[in-house]
Design a protein around this ligand. Sequence first.
Ligand SMILES: Cc1ncc(COP(=O)(O)O)c(C=O)c1O
Length: 282
Amino acid sequence: MRVLATLDGNVVDHRSPLFRADDLGVLRGDGIFETILVVSRQPRELGPHLDRLERSARLMQLPLPERASWERGAQAVIDAWPWDEHPEMGLKLVCTRGIDEGDGTPSAFAMGQEVGAETRRKRDEGVQVVTLDRGVSTDLMDRAPWLLLSAKTLSYAVNMAALREAESRGADDVIFTSSESTVLEGPTSTVVLAQGRKLLTTPPSSGILQGTTQGALFRAAEQAGWSTEVVDFPTSALFESDGVWLASSIRRITRVHDIDGTAIKVDEALNDEIVGLYESNY
Ligand SMILES: Cc1ncc(COP(=O)(O)O)c(C=O)c1O
């Protein structure tokens, strides 16, 4: 199931071509995107997603259509979605730099997609992950901002290759590590771990994407009396923690039960509490 809309609020046939072959998004992956979870017509963390879209655009000096037009495109998709049949939707907002040697007008659209059965299964059952070296230092973002480490660009080929590598090793997902052997993030997720009544995650300044799902979880956790820390931590901390989760809009909060072939601590009551904290936002 797909529903596609342009930012003027028109729903168009998703099977019909929308992009030209000489669009820079197609030619160079030169563009940005967001993926938002919408449940029963309610988009989750829409404001933080649009903030992050604007931040990504600033980092790569991409002219971005105004916020109201993203909201209009998103609403058109939400209005046209068959909610009775599919109560959950992944809403993609995509913007590219437009036509190569064109007039600089960006190309953009909003598209709703079903949440796949595999994603839902992993939410229920948890995942096995492998750690993979991302080959970057935690200070690289500051030293080399042109690498766009904290922007959500369309260039996800490396992230997808890492997921295939995990699959070839019999795992479901990946936790990227830095050159200093600290934890970075997943190819499409933020890593969260629990130490007693404290939740930890890696700082965006280490070159990872600031997660809206992790942000929502930490907000609820703090209100419920948990402490939270945004800090670099070594890969070894994953094995010594009380629980590890991958957080992202579509997977929500998915527990990790095995890392590099080693079973880690999984406390089902704690998992229910963490998932419940995140859900309590909505
Ligand atoms: C690289 C990366 N990190 C983290 C996330 C999690 O972000 P969010 O929780 O805002 O979906 C994503 C989302 O797809 C991602 O691609």
